[in-house]
Write a protein that binds this ligand. Structure first.
Ligand code: FES
Length: 190
């Protein structure tokens, strides 16, 4: 008798059946959770695995030792066709300029006679540093992020958020890497 009474006291109360409205609410919450999980999982995947391979435009371009890879202060800028950038040494500071004209996307060229970049399409001109001189371009040339790494691949210097020219490290063995996926817009002259 006592055992029966105890069992009935501890048994769970019977749940009333779900109404249609409650069922729809639960289904809606479950679908929201599913959408969140898919979105979160997708974002995690996207950030965990780089989209571009090393040496592919959009990814990293390791150029080797600074002492070998960089042009000197009196050298013309060096073009990297695969990476779509020009490496320019301006008074011992280095820049990686995105090789697409900021007017309508033509490929500009270095002109040794005038000592500046000139676009063949509509005549925009830029200094060796990528600064706007004249023409229909709305701003100076865009820049990519450069990183110098020392021993153990530790970054020792990197382009700042404004894309200012980066001082070249004294160590000629410092490794230089261009991140072609990080493009900093040139300054508007308007
Ligand atoms: S695309 Fe270069 S000036 Fe127009």
């Amino acid at each position: 008798m006592a055992a029966e009474a105890h069992a009935s006291a501890t048994s769970l109360p019977e749940m009333p059946p779900l109404t249609r409205r409650e069922f729809l609410n639960y289904a809606w919450l479950a679908s929201l959770g599913f959408v969140f999980l898919v979105g979160f999982g997708g974002a995690t995947y996207f950030f965990a695995f780089p989209r571009f391979k090393t040496g592919e435009f959009g990814g990293l371009f390791p150029l080797g030792k600074a002492g070998d890879a960089l042009p000197g202060p009196n050298d013309p800028p060096k073009h990297d066709t695969a990476g779509k950038f020009w490496l320019a040494n301006v008074n011992g500071m280095i820049l990686a300029l995105y090789d697409v004209c900021v007017h309508l996307g033509c490929l500009y060229e270095w002109q040794p006679v005038s000592g500046r970049f000139e676009c063949p399409c509509h005549g925009s001109k830029y200094t060796k540093e990528g600064k706007y001189i004249e023409g229909p371009a709305p701003r100076s040339l865009d820049r990519m992020v450069i990183t110098f790494a020392g021993a153990n691949n530790q970054a020792i210097a990197a382009t700042d958020a404004k894309g200012d020219p980066l001082p070249i490290p004294a160590d000629p063995n410092a490794q230089i890497v261009i991140d072609t996926g990080k493009i900093i817009q040139g300054e508007s002259h308007g």
